[in-house]
Design a binder for this molecule. Structure first.
Ligand code: PLP
Length: 441
């Protein structure tokens, strides 16, 4: 039943004319939020610019999340705004079946240029989870076309997060992921332990042993290994040694298994290198990008692969890659991505990320001394404080909001990945607030 709300015209009148108490009550009664029960607390945001979110009550919060890795240039950026507005004036969307357009070609060129040479075929899709589905489909179709249909399983890492759709779920950590909930429906994959050797520690050859045994034992049924290179994100914010990645690459080559790198969180400089794979000078066979691709403006992701894999898929039974979303290569999203990439390159992101990394390491160090804290780790513009006990998400988020910062802890993790444009002063407020709030636990 659809009834027009009595104050429908007020919706055009901007945030001041809204009844926010009513709106939040409606939201809590009717709208699902990510991984949250209906009715969980939400804060209404009316505007965002730079690194600040403006709440409906006028409070301004310093953003420590980049809206989940995405808003690397901050919010409401004039260059991104004008790129999207210009494209909007020409065409918001057109189907990509049988048609093409400038923003898609411009983005494709940049992605081919910026990624290692053999990656030159680009599939533009709607979201990170879909990019992972497409990557898995590429690997499966590749082995089908090579008449090796038994190679249809994946080897993933514990502690991984690759998205929320079914194939993506199947390669998420089997404990913290949703395998039990959907047992029998999620394909059963193989899992190696979370890489034990920390990013900054000396390499421990034993760290790869179990992975090496698994891939050797199952090579005839494995289509691909999928992993988040060097930095695992939502599955536990864990940073591991680049040598692990080199060993994985060598083992994949030795055993005839493809390597899928999920750089949806790590791509575009977040770990201090353009791709996290660059820490190890490793090139995957299939690469997933997303999140920061559009600078946080719109949902868009990309799956890239080599000419060889694309050619084999093309020779298979289907004759093509069997995927094609309605909103594939949406022009507005592509235009935002082109502008975001150009801005990133022009902006000396290495220096920005390096400065954030140094400051995070310096300022989060005090958290090591806190009774509630078990570990502190920093890689690039990612800072993580791991507590000993599971955190009360709602209570903690509310305390952060009261202190004027936007952080979204989960499990035992308080973490920040600010926009690259954050000033040292604002970043200090974020780190000091984390230390103060955790000191009180
Ligand atoms: C966020 C994320 C995904 C899923 O992307 P969505 O756009 O949320 O579907 C997949 N892999 C990694 C590593 C991610 O961080």
């Amino acid at each position: 039943m659809v009834s027009r709300p009595p104050d429908a015209c007020a919706q055009d009148g901007g945030p001041q004319s809204r009844d926010w108490a009513r709106d939040v009550a409606f939201d809590q009664a009717h709208l699902w939020h990510p991984y949250a029960a209906m009715g969980a607390p939400v804060w209404p945001v009316v505007a965002a610019d730079g690194v600040r979110l403006t709440l409906a009550d006028g409070r301004r919060l310093i953003d420590g999340m980049s809206s989940w890795w995405a808003a690397i240039h901050g919010y409401n950026h004039p260059l991104l705004n004008s790129a999207v507005s210009a494209q909007l004036g020409r065409m918001a969307h057109v189907m990509f079946g049988g048609l093409t357009h400038g923003p898609a070609v411009d983005l494709g060129r940049r992605l081919v240029d910026l990624t290692p040479a053999p990656l030159e075929k680009v599939f533009l899709c709607d979201s990170g989870s879909v990019a992972v589905e497409v990557a898995i489909k590429m690997a499966l179709q590749y082995w089908q076309a090579r008449r090796r249909p038994t190679k249809h399983r994946l080897l993933a890492l514990r502690g991984a997060y690759h998205g929320d759709t079914f194939a993506a779920m199947s390669v998420c950590d089997p404990v913290t992921g949703m395998h039990r909930l959907f047992a029998g429906l999620v394909p059963e994959q193989l899992f190696a332990p979370r890489p034990a050797c920390r990013f900054e520690d000396p390499w421990e050859p034993a760290a790869i042993t179990e992975f090496a045994d698994l891939i050797a034992a199952h090579k005839d049924e494995l289509a691909a290994v999928i992993l988040e290179p060097v930095a695992q994100g939502a599955g536990g914010m864990w940073f591991y040694h680049p040598q692990y990645l080199r060993e994985v690459r060598a083992l994949c080559d030795a055993h005839g298994v493809l390597l899928i790198a999920d750089e949806i969180a790590t791509g575009f400089g977040r770990t201090g290198r353009f791709l996290a794979c660059d820490h190890a000078s490793v090139t995957p066979d299939i690469l997933c990008l997303g999140k920061a691709l559009t600078g946080g403006y719109m949902t868009l992701a990309a799956t890239m692969t080599t000419a060889e894999i694309a050619a084999v898929i093309g020779r298979g039974e289907a004759g093509c890659l069997m995927h094609g979303p309605t909103f594939m290569a949406n022009p507005l999203a592509c235009a935002a991505a082109v502008a975001s990439i150009d801005l990133l390159i022009a902006d000396d992101w290495q220096a920005r990320v390096g400065r954030i990394a140094d400051q995070l390491a310096r300022e989060l160090d005090v958290c090591r001394g806190l009774a509630a804290v078990g570990d502190v780790r920093v890689l690039g513009a990612i800072g993580v404080v791991e507590t000993r006990e599971v955190l009360d998400l709602a209570a903690l988020t509310a305390r952060f909001v009261d202190a004027g910062v936007w952080l979204r802890p989960f499990g035992r993790l308080v973490y920040l990945m600010p926009p690259y444009v954050i000033s040292p002063e604002d970043l200090s407020i974020l780190t000091a607030t984390i230390a103060a709030v955790l000191a009180d636990l």
